[in-house]
Design a protein around this ligand. Structure first.
Ligand SMILES: Cc1cc2nc3c(=O)[nH]c(=O)nc-3n(C[C@H](O)[C@H](O)[C@H](O)COP(=O)(O)OP(=O)(O)OC[C@H]3O[C@@H](n4cnc5c(N)ncnc54)[C@H](O)[C@@H]3O)c2cc1C
Length: 92
């Protein structure tokens, strides 16, 4: 999430002009602030306060819910297994 946030900031103009695309693939559509998990378990913070929905913070990125199964740096292709359906190749 932090890498995509940084890219989103650095490439703001290019993203708006449609010159580049930042795609985030993650089986979970949210980021967990792990250091706050003990507080969430103890009930001093609500569980919803320790997660950050990726689509809310990465407004100029495309979020794909799936698992990256492999990366082929020579062909520049990521093999993505979505939550439902067939795996597919995503070029980069
Ligand atoms: C209780 C607790 C307290 C902590 N306290 C601190 C602290 O005080 N200070 C500190 O510096 N660190 C702390 N940490 C450690 C810190 O939270 C982790 O080091 C940090 O979250 C790791 O970040 P990460 O991005 O490497 O991994 P993660 O935050 O685990 O993110 C990995 C992401 O990759 C995704 N993913 C996994 N497999 C795939 C795949 N095949 N394809 C696509 N996506 C995939 C996951 O869904 C996840 O979103 C704490 C951890 C815990 C559990």
């Amino acid at each position: 999430m932090y890498t995509a946030l940084r890219l989103q900031k650095k490439l703001r103009r290019e993203l708006k002009a449609g010159k580049v695309e930042v795609i985030v693939v993650d089986p979970r559509s949210y980021m967990t602030y792990q250091p706050f998990l003990p507080e969430a378990a103890a009930g001093s913070v609500e569980p919803r306060h320790v997660v950050v929905p990726l689509r809310r913070v990465l407004k100029h990125c495309e979020i794909l819910t799936g698992r990256v199964e492999s990366l082929d740096h020579v062909r520049r292709v990521a093999r993505v297994q979505p939550k439902r359906g067939e795996a597919y190749d995503l070029s980069y």
